[in-house]
Design a protein around this ligand. Structure first.
Ligand SMILES: Cc1cc2nc3c(=O)[nH]c(=O)nc-3n(C[C@H](O)[C@H](O)[C@H](O)COP(=O)(O)OP(=O)(O)OC[C@H]3O[C@@H](n4cnc5c(N)ncnc54)[C@H](O)[C@@H]3O)c2cc1C
Length: 399
């Protein structure tokens, strides 16, 4: 016998949990279940990230990222305050260290202004007020950038979903999806579930879930690993908040940054190299199926042709710690090789078009009674409650 619910959410990462929370907040009468294949919620990207609550200055005005990042950050800060999840407004300096970065820094300031995000232009001495060890030609100060522990946010969301009458079933992998006129049948590793509507928030498996439902488009998730270095504990005083480079045009990644985390550690990274597995135990884990899928995707070769130099530099810095330290010394000259050790890593779910274009904005797709979150890269953790609100509205319109 299968369990019957109104809404089944596939994926207990921050986006899936935020959607379930939002649904129950609006309609406590609904039966909502979150199905998560791992033994705990939030074990994927949602707890392997920089932990930055982005203010929203980078994103093209009018894009879903621009709208949902600012709204989502506000709501997440409120949620954290209400649920005893620590948040620290440590602020961030985006630093220009080369002359050719100055026009791009100005472009970023203009964009922040259009997005309604507070930033302040800084000269070479102004940056020292915020980051005394930073050497830069100019900077942008974002006072509202904050840090938190998104893994703790996931646990608090799961707790709220349960308290509000929903269910969170861990150790439950969805392995089959059948659409019927009045319901969707999910085959899972712990029994079938019949739902009036399904919201799929499967992160690194988003494209596969869509294909499982028979509606996959031509785009694919291409996994990019990001690894960090860590400042040794007795050197963390070199950084007060976050120091980011001016982002490279044409790429959705923000570049290697220094971030003081909520627990006081300072992480340097993440870089971006092609991952050999979507999920794995170590940074070099290899999953033959994942690798085959990536290598068979024509978009990868088109991107590689366009960004060959960047890809080689990223792999070089990934392997040679000294190369990353040299890069960091352009911003904080006092960071030496002896001050860092290798840190953790995480894998980004990045949607790519067959043309090789990396999909920059969030992408949701409706397919009958299924709603797929196909692309939820950074700042989706920051924006999770706003993405959840959008998913809630789409689900309620259908029920
Ligand atoms: C290196 C890195 C740095 C980042 N830094 C930041 C940052 O500073 N700030 C920020 O806002 N964002 C950041 N992000 C992005 C952010 O972490 C993600 O956008 C966000 O966590 C996505 O959440 P999600 O719920 O969509 O995916 P996930 O957290 O990956 O959750 C998906 C869940 O679905 C489950 N699942 C998959 N398939 C199935 C199935 N068949 N059945 C059941 N369950 C399934 C998985 O087990 C997983 O738990 C970063 C990401 C990375 C990787």
């Amino acid at each position: 016998m299968s369990a019957r619910v109104d809404v089944a959410v596939v994926g207990g990462g921050i986006v899936g949990l935020a959607s379930a929370f939002r649904l129950l907040e609006a309609r406590p009468d609904l039966e909502v279940v979150v199905l998560e294949r791992e033994a705990e919620v939030g074990q994927g990207q949602s707890s392997r990230n920089s932990g930055v609550l982005h203010a929203g200055l980078y994103y093209p005005p009018g894009s879903a990222k621009a709208r949902w990042c600012t709204a989502g950050k506000r709501e997440l800060e409120r949620f954290c305050a209400d649920h005893d999840v620590p948040v620290a407004r440590t602020g961030k300096v985006v630093a220009a260290v080369r002359r050719d970065e100055l026009p791009r820094l100005q472009g970023l300031a203009d964009r922040a202004h259009t997005n309604g995000v507070e930033v302040e232009r800084l000269g070479p001495t102004g940056v020292l007020d915020h980051e005394p060890n930073l050497r830069a030609l100019a900077g942008l100060w974002s006072p509202s950038t904050a840090v938190t522990d998104f893994g703790a946010v996931c646990r608090a969301l799961a707790e709220r979903v349960r308290r509000d009458g929903g269910a969170v079933r861990t150790g439950t992998e969805v392995v089959g999806i059948e659409q019927h006129p009045d319901h969707v049948r999910l085959t899972t590793t712990s029994g079938d579930v019949e739902a009036r509507t399904v919201v799929a928030c499967a992160g690194l498996q988003a494209d596969r879930l869509a294909r499982l439902a028979g509606t996959g488009g031509r785009e694919r998730i291409v996994p990019f690993r990001g690894s960090w270095l860590r400042l040794r504990d007795d050197r963390t005083d070199l950084v007060k908040g976050s120091i980011y480079p001016v982002p490279q045009p044409g790429l959705p990644f923000l570049g290697v940054h220094l971030t003081r985390r909520i627990d006081g550690q300072v992480w340097i990274g993440p870089n971006a190299v092609l991952a050999l597995a979507r999920e794995g135990r170590g940074p070099w884990s290899l999953n033959p199926g994942d690798l085959r899928d990536t290598l068979r995707f024509p978009g990868l070769y088109r991107l590689a042709r366009r960004e060959f130099g960047t890809a080689v530099a990223e792999v070089w810095r990934d392997r040679v710690v000294r190369a990353t330290v040299r890069e960091v010394q352009r911003y904080v000259p006092d960071v030496g090789l002896a001050d860092v050790c290798r840190g953790p890593w995480g894998v980004r779910a990045q949607l790519m078009e067959p043309t090789g274009d990396l999909v920059d904005d969030f992408r949701l797709r409706r397919d009958g009674r299924l709603l797929h979150v196909l692309n939820a890269p950074s700042p989706a953790a920051t924006a999770s409650l706003a993405i959840g609100a959008e998913l809630r509205d789409q689900v309620l319109a259908q029920l």
